[in-house]
Design a protein around this ligand. Structure first.
Ligand code: SF4
Length: 461
């Protein structure tokens, strides 16, 4: 049946799905080693984002703020940027990179960040010539787009500022997108099994920091400034999430002739197959038997669950666009019916996204609504009006809807703060397909027991 792509039928937003652009830029920045971003705006633009990172990862990340007040909002805040960067340089001896992330207020008053950077570069050259610190601009005017767009814009601007032609590296740039560390581990695994050296951008696997015997512990990203400089010399770029990393891959293609593969999100069996096939075409490496066996194990797990527990279940999905599209595709593969997809921002590109059109062709026997610029109230309104849903896939901000309407919910995306350790699990690759199918089934099982709804089946399947 048809896919209906439409805008939310009202202005304003009740219970937003997304945060604003600077949030995405901050997520990109915490993935780089020896880096502290300075968010140029009111303190809350940084504080609330840090809080969400801490809630999701249960770790702390260093992010600075120029802490704009009324006087700066009227007369300009560039002095606070200059002072803020100098403070960071003096306090953090290992610092290598300081991205200056703008916000709605500082974009509106028109603070000239590029001029600040010229002044700071001269100061660094004179006072700290041996430290090699780079200060770069990231413009994220938050009155349009979303955290996803901010991440995409930040990745592009970071690469634009740092990529530098040198010797060919033979590596493939992997712009992971805004995914969990579990997915970064899975991407590394797929590349390693294929025998392809990967330049991971950004490598967040190290967010899983331990508590050392001396009590020192902090989380950090592991992509280096030199990894970013080397993106210009890669053999190719891969960006599984078109809306989060696609811009950087396309920039490298146009500026440095690094071929790119953008928007094949390896969520589910079919999409992982496609991802590996295209990767094989791009690099000339064959898909090894180990991955074929991994695929076989995932299919075996799915077959055990699909017909009996998953088929025909109606699903609502919200979150980052590539995640929503990939999950919807996987739901259809599992025999489920993704009837409602909520895109949390106003990006015009969704209407032309061929992947959404493809979903429409696959949605046989049910109608799929894709709501642009959506909020969580759209989900709640439908449930209140009697829409039947068997499952919600989304981040923790929708938890009260799931609780109030007693709809089983599997937490995916960002932020997830009401379930433990979810960021360690992949949803990418065959491992991710297997984990996700089992997580959905286990959620249904718990719900059957809670509702005393044919829970006896669990004794006999
Ligand atoms: S919308 Fe503007 S003021 Fe609010 S957090 Fe984002 S950047 Fe800061």
């Amino acid at each position: 049946m048809a896919t209906l792509v439409k805008d939310k039928p009202r202005t304003g937003c009740i219970n937003p799905i997304f945060n604003c652009q600077p949030c995405g830029a901050q997520f990109a920045a915490i993935g780089i080693r020896d880096t502290i971003a300075l968010v140029h705006g009111g303190q809350g633009c940084c504080t609330f984002v840090r809080l969400m990172f801490a809630q999701h990862f249960k770790e702390n990340f260093d992010i600075a703020s120029s802490s704009l007040h009324e006087d700066a909002a009227v007369f300009g805040g560039t002095k606070r940027v200059i002072d803020g960067v100098k403070n960071l340089v003096l306090r953090y001896p290992d610092l290598k990179l300081i991205p200056i992330i703008t916000t709605c207020s500082t974009e509106t008053i028109g603070d000239d960040i590029e001029a600040c950077i010229v002044e700071l570069d001269a100061w660094l050259k004179e006072n700290h010539p041996s430290r090699g610190i780079r200060v770069i601009p990231i413009h994220t005017p938050s009155y349009k787009g979303s955290q996803a767009m901010g991440y995409n814009a930040a990745m592009e601007q970071i690469v634009r500022a740092l990529a530098k032609r040198g010797e060919p590296s033979k590596k493939v740039n992997v712009f992971t997108g805004w995914v969990n560390p579990g997915d970064v581990t899975e991407l590394k695994h797929l590349f390693s099994e294929m025998g392809i050296p990967a330049n991971i951008l950004m490598d967040t696997e190290t967010f899983a920091s331990g508590i050392m015997p001396d009590k020192s512990s902090f989380a950090y990203g592991d992509t280096t400034v030199s990894d970013l400089a080397n993106t210009a010399n890669a053999f190719a770029s891969v960006a599984p999430c078109a809306y989060e990393g696609g811009l950087a891959a396309k920039y490298l293609e146009s500026e440095f002739r690094v071929p790119s593969m953008v928007g094949v999100t390896p969520i589910g069996i079919e999409n992982t197959d496609k991802f590996l096939r295209q990767l094989s075409d791009l690099t000339g490496r064959r898909i090894p038997r180990s991955l074929v066996e991994e695929r076989a194990r995932a299919i075996d797990s799915i077959v055990d669950l699909g017909h009996m527990f998953l088929a025909g279940k109606r699903v609502a999905i919200y979150g980052d666009p590539d995640l929503v599209i990939g999950l919807a595709d996987y739901c259809i593969e599992l025999g489920m019916e993704p009837v409602l997809l909520l895109m949390g921002d106003d990006l015009k590109g969704y209407k032309k996204d061929t992947r959404i059109a493809e979903l429409g062709k696959k949605a046989v026997g049910f109608e799929m609504e894709v709501i642009l610029n959506a909020d969580l109230w759209e989900l709640e309104r439908r449930l209140r009006d009697g829409m039947k849903l068997d499952l919600i896939l989304g981040h923790s901000k929708g938890r009260f809807i799931a609780i109030d309407y007693q709809v089983p919910m599997v937490r995916v995306g960002f932020p997830v703060f009401d379930r433990a350790g979810m960021w360690k699990n992949p949803i990418f690759g065959y491992h991710g397909a297997e984990w996700l199918a089992e997580a959905i089934a286990n959620e249904f099982f718990a719900h059957m027991e809670f509702k005393k709804d044919r829970e006896w089946i669990l004794n006999v399947w």
